[in-house]
Design a binder for this molecule. Structure first.
Ligand SMILES: Nc1ncnc2c1ncn2[C@@H]1O[C@H](COP(=O)(O)OP(=O)(O)O)[C@@H](O)[C@H]1O
Ligand SMILES: [Mg+2]
Length: 305
């Protein structure tokens, strides 16, 4: 578990991270979303112990980063924004170097490297010079170095930035797989990435936390409740007043195209009673679906509100 309390970092007069607190549970995958300069990289450098905060604490599995840095760092794998990948080393040499820095016992190095290159799909690249690999493969090498000491926690700073669309899909898939057994914090400015990989999202803007929740909850909070669209084949049979008498149902509007726009109270799921009622009215219910805000909309609302 990762507990961030009142984390603050100033560079001179500039407050890059301003009193941010949140908790990420074991096994959760959290997306850190924010525009350029929001403070994502600064946050991640503090969470991984590479940058001391001016104020606040980072507590990992109950251990304070400040009190027990080496014990805490053992549990964390970090893919920095610009991975220090040495172009004139082979993949094997680089991973051996990374394993040594992480103080992995010598007798485990070989086996552990075999495991992580297998995991990252670069087993056949061990003898290659890093400088001769494509950017997508270099990013896999970066992920392999983050995994080499088998940490429970992965902190990945914009892992897909600068990759082509095919590489983006591959890395995203790999990150999602890695997230099945680990706690992951991932930063990105790509909304879709966060939506497909993460359970929770923290939105930061100008160093401040402006939203922290599941994507579904954020969307429902910002759209004022549960928004639904119903499509019926016999709109004439829909009795609006009867629908409005259902508990937690706030509004029903029928559109010229026959669709119904429905708003349920925040925190309640009105789909089942609504579907039953529409069925009993013989409205010819064809479809009932949730209308969620896209992450773009959530993001824009969060940073402008
Ligand atoms: N070492 C530094 N010295 C001075 N200012 C910095 C330093 N690192 C980051 N900043 C500033 O802090 C702010 C947040 O930067 P950063 O954490 O890199 O944002 P993000 O990763 O969200 O794009 C920016 O205004 C940046 O210019
Ligand atoms: Mg950054």
């Amino acid at each position: 578990m990762i507990q961030i309390e009142n984390l603050t970092k100033r560079f001179g007069q500039h407050v890059a991270v301003n009193g941010i607190s949140f908790t990420v549970g074991r096994g959760e995958t959290m997306g850190l979303l924010g525009p350029n300069g929001a403070g994502k990289t600064t946050m991640m450098r503090m969470i991984t112990g590479y940058l001391p905060p001016n104020d606040g604490r980072v507590v990992i599995d109950g251990l304070d980063m400040f009190d027990q840095p080496s014990e805490v760092k053992k549990r964390i794998g970090y893919l920095p924004e610009q991975p220090p990948v040495y172009m004139d080393l082979t993949v094997r040499e680089y991973l051996e170097f990374a394993a040594r820095i992480r103080a992995l016992p010598g007798n485990r190095v070989k086996r552990q490297i075999e495991l992580v290159v297998e995991r990252c799909g670069i087993s056949d690249k061990l003898g290659r010079l890093i400088g001769n690999l494509s950017k997508g493969y270099r990013q896999r090498v970066g992920l392999a170095q983050a995994l080499v000491h088998n940490p429970d926690i992965l902190i990945l700073d914009e892992p897909t930035v600068g990759l082509d669309p095919v590489q983006i899909v591959e890395i995203r898939e790999l990150v999602r797989e890695l997230g099945r057994e680990r706690t992951v914090i991932l930063s990105s400015h790509i909304m879709q990435e966060i939506t497909t990989i993460c359970e929770k999202v923290a939105i930061i803007n100008q160093g401040k936390l402006v939203a922290f929740d599941s994507i579904a909850n954020l969307s429902s909070a910002m759209s004022g409740g549960q928004r639904l669209t119903a499509i019926v084949s016999r709109p004439g049979n829909v009795d609006r007043a009867r629908l409005l008498s259902l508990p937690h149902l706030l509004s029903v509007e029928s559109r010229p195209d026959g669709y119904l726009d429905i708003l349920g109270e925040r925190g309640w799921d009105v789909r089942e009673p609504l579907a039953r009622e529409l069925y009993e009215m013989d409205s010819g219910l064809l479809e009932l679906r949730l209308v969620s805000l896209t992450l773009e909309e959530v993001f824009l609302k969060a940073i402008t509100s």
